[in-house]
Design a binder for this molecule. Structure first.
Ligand code: ATP
Ligand code: MG
Length: 417
C-alpha cells in the first residue's frame, strides 16, 4: 500500500507554496517595520517547558502534545506553540539583563494532537510576536496594532477584534470563587471536560464549544465586573489607545486564557466567515510566565496567528498573491549542436535573472512543447541548426501564439519588456 502523509498534516506543493512565501515575506516585512527581531527556536523542547509555560490544566498539555522519550530517556515534546520556547531562549541567552523591552517575532510549525478538520490540523503553522519587559498598556496596544495592520494589508476586513481582561492574581481569585458558586448547582449538566475543569480552571468553562454549556454560562458572572483598580485602569487605557489608533473592537467577556500566568489583556481576531475555526489570531498578556519558566519577574505580551486560517480567509477573498514561479522562457532544441547552444544560452539568461528552463528529457519537439505548456512557460524558443548558425531566434508568446524574430543578443531585453 502506498504511504500517505500522517493524519492531520498537509504537504505544501509548488502550486501553493508561492502563497506561503508571500505571507511569510509580508509578515517579516511588517515585523521589521515595527522593530521586532526574528527568533528561531528548536522544533522540540523538554516536556517540562510546556508543562510550566502552557500550564498543566490546559487542553494542550492535557491531551494535545506530541511527547516521546528519546534514546537518552529524556521526555521531549514537539512544540505546540511558540511563546514558551521564546521565553526559554530569552532567559537562557540572558537578554533579560539588557535594556528592555525585547521584541521578538517568529514563524514556526506547531504540533498538537487534535481532531483534524478544516482549519484544524496536527501540524499547523504560526506567526507570532512577543514583547518582554514592558508593564505598559502601550505594549499591548502595539502588538494588537501590528496584528490589525497585518490582517488589513492581507486584505482581510471581515474579522472582528474581541478584547477582554482576565484580571490578575489580586482580583481573579475573588472572581473564580464567584464563578464556581454560580456554576456549582449546574455542575452535573456540564460536559465531562468542563466538570473536570471546575476545580482547576473554571474560567475555561466560559469558552467551551458545547451548546448546552454555552446556555448555562450565558448568565455567569464576568471577570470585567470583578477587576481590581489596577486592572480596570489598564483595560480602560487599552480601549482608549485602540480608539486613538482607529482600531475597531468589541468587548467580549467570554475570552479567557484561564491560567495564573495570564493577566489583564486577552484578545482574539475572529472571522465572521470560517465558522467554528474562526479565530485567526489570539493573544494576550502573561505577567508571570517568564518567572514561571525560571527567569526574572518580568512581564510579557504577545499573539499567535494561524497561517492556514489566514490563507483560508485570503483565498475566500480572492486575494491576488502575485509572484509566479512559472518560467519566463522554455528553450526547446533539435539536435546535439542546438542542445549545446541552448545550454550556453540558458546560463546567460539565468545570470541575468530570467527564469528559464531547457528540456531535460531529450525528447522530440512535440513532447518538449507539451511540457512547456504544462509548466506554464510565458515564452518558448525552438533552437535548430539554422538558429545556431544565424543567431536569429523565433520567440513565441504562449498566451497569444504570436511569433517574433529576435537576435540572440536582444533576447534578454525582449523578455524583460
Ligand atoms: P482554538 O480555539 O481554535 O483551538 P487555540 O486557542 O488553541 O485555538 P492558540 O493556541 O491561541 O489557539 O493559537 C493561535 C492561533 O493558531 C489560533 O488562533 C489559530 O489561528 C491557530 N491554531 C491553533 N490551533 C490550530 C490547529 N490545530 N490547526 C490550525 N491552526 C491552529
Ligand atoms: Mg486549541
Amino acid at each position: 500500500m502506498a504511504l500517505k502523509a500522517p493524519k492531520g498534516t498537509k504537504d505544501i506543493m509548488p502550486s501553493d507554496s508561492g502563497k506561503w512565501q508571500y505571507i511569510e515575506e509580508k509578515f517579516a516585512e511588517i515585523c521589521r517595520e515595527y522593530g521586532f527581531g526574528e527568533i528561531r527556536t528548536p522544533m522540540f523542547e523538554s516536556t517540562d517547558l510546556f508543562n510550566r509555560g502552557v500550564g498543566e490544566t490546559t487542553d494542550i498539555v492535557q491531551k494535545e502534545m506530541y511527547t516521546f522519550e528519546d534514546h537518552g530517556h529524556r521526555s521531549i515534546t514537539l512544540k505546540p506553540e511558540g511563546t514558551s520556547p521564546a521565553v526559554r531562549a530569552f532567559i537562557e541567552s540572558k537578554e533579560y539583563a539588557e535594556s528592555q523591552p525585547t521584541r521578538y517575532w517568529y514563524n514556526t510549525p506547531c504540533f498538537r494532537y487534535e481532531k483534524p478538520q478544516a482549519g484544524r490540523l496536527r501540524e499547523f503553522h504560526q506567526f507570532g510576536v512577543e514583547i518582554f519587559g514592558s508593564h505598559s498598556v502601550t505594549a499591548d496596544a502595539e502588538i494588537i496594532a501590528l496584528a490589525h495592520d497585518f490582517l488589513t494589508r492581507m486584505g482581510i476586513t471581515d474579522v472582528e477584534l474581541h478584547i477582554n481582561s482576565v484580571g490578575c492574581r489580586e482580583c481573579r481569585p475573588v472572581y473564580k470563587k464567584a464563578l464556581q458558586d454560580f456554576l456549582r448547582p449546574h455542575l452535573h449538566q456540564l460536559c465531562e471536560t468542563c466538570q473536570s475543569r471546575f476545580e482547576t480552571n473554571p474560567m475555561r468553562i466560559l469558552d467551551c464549544k458545547s451548546e448546552e454549556d454555552q446556555k448555562i454560562v450565558k448568565d455567569a458572572p464576568v471577570m470585567l465586573d470583578y477587576l481590581c483598580d489596577d486592572c480596570r485602569k489598564a483595560f480602560e487605557e487599552l480601549k482608549e489607545m485602540l480608539t486613538a489608533m482607529d482600531i475597531p473592537f468589541v468587548v467580549d467577556d467570554k475570552i479567557v486564557r484561564g491560567l495564573d500566568y495570564y493577566t489583564k489583556t486577552a484578545f482574539e481576531f475572529v472571522s465572521t466567515r470560517i465558522g467554528a475555526q474562526g479565530t485567526v489570531c489570539g493573544g494576550g498578556r502573561y505577567d508571570h510566565l517568564i518567572e514561571e519558566v525560571g527567569g526574572p519577574d518580568m512581564p510579557g505580551v504577545g499573539f499567535g496567528l494561524g497561517k492556514e486560517r489566514l490563507l483560508m480567509l485570503m483565498e475566500q477573498n480572492g486575494h491576488q498573491f502575485g509572484g509566479t514561479t512559472a518560467p519566463e522562457l522554455f528553450i526547446a532544441y533539435i539536435g546535439k549542436e542546438a542542445k549545446l547552444f541552448s545550454m550556453g544560452l540558458l546560463s546567460k539568461l539565468r545570470t541575468s535573472g530570467i527564469r528559464a528552463v531547457v528540456d531535460a528529457n531529450d525528447r522530440n519537439l512535440k513532447g518538449q512543447m507539451k511540457y512547456a505548456n504544462k509548466i506554464g512557460a510565458a515564452y518558448t524558443v525552438v533552437i535548430g541548426d539554422d538558429e545556431v548558425s544565424s543567431g536569429m531566434l523565433t520567440l513565441k508568446d504562449m498566451e497569444t501564439g504570436k511569433q517574433t524574430s529576435v537576435a540572440t543578443e536582444d533576447l534578454i531585453s525582449h523578455i524583460r519588456n
